[in-house]
Design a protein around this ligand. Sequence first.
Ligand SMILES: Cc1cc2nc3c(=O)[nH]c(=O)nc-3n(C[C@H](O)[C@H](O)[C@H](O)COP(=O)(O)O)c2cc1C
Length: 155
Amino acid sequence: MKKVRVLYVSIEGNSRNFMQRLAAYAKTQIQENPNNVEIEAVEISDSTDFAEEKAPFFINVPTYLEGGTGIGPEIHEIFTNALGDYLDYHENYKKLLGVFGSGNRNFNVQYVLTAKRYAAKYNKPLLYSYELSGIQSDLQKLYTRIIANLSKAGQ
Ligand SMILES: Cc1cc2nc3c(=O)[nH]c(=O)nc-3n(C[C@H](O)[C@H](O)[C@H](O)COP(=O)(O)O)c2cc1C
């Protein structure tokens, strides 16, 4: 059975909840079709040991920014930096296939800006974004993007 890792950050629990539901959703899809892909959701935090990723993977990151108006050059990421460090470790980012992002539309132009910034920094596509802990259709759409992009990458 094929399996892919999705590395994620979660400070307040929304992304963790989403990723657990995504892994459970993938299991239901595998029951329907054994060729579907299992999701290994891996939380990255300040206490995660760095490791070299062995296979292509995705990331899922919420938005936490600080500084200035929020969109100028003076902004910087808060709370998600462990993921950036993990991606840089042994050039893990070279195996990164794409980025999923979450946020809150109340932040207007800053909506899912962290994921956009990660995508731009590592020159990878932002494949999907959703609000807070997402809804069922987000799970379905994001899972479809995972399957499509794995296949595009020849996995
Ligand atoms: C201090 C703080 C700053 C945030 N800044 C943004 C933001 O700039 N843009 C955005 O779309 N969402 C922003 N959010 C919303 C979070 O990204 C959103 O609640 C997300 O689901 C949190 O994920 P988590 O619960 O997994 O940590 C912010 C939330 C907090 C608490």
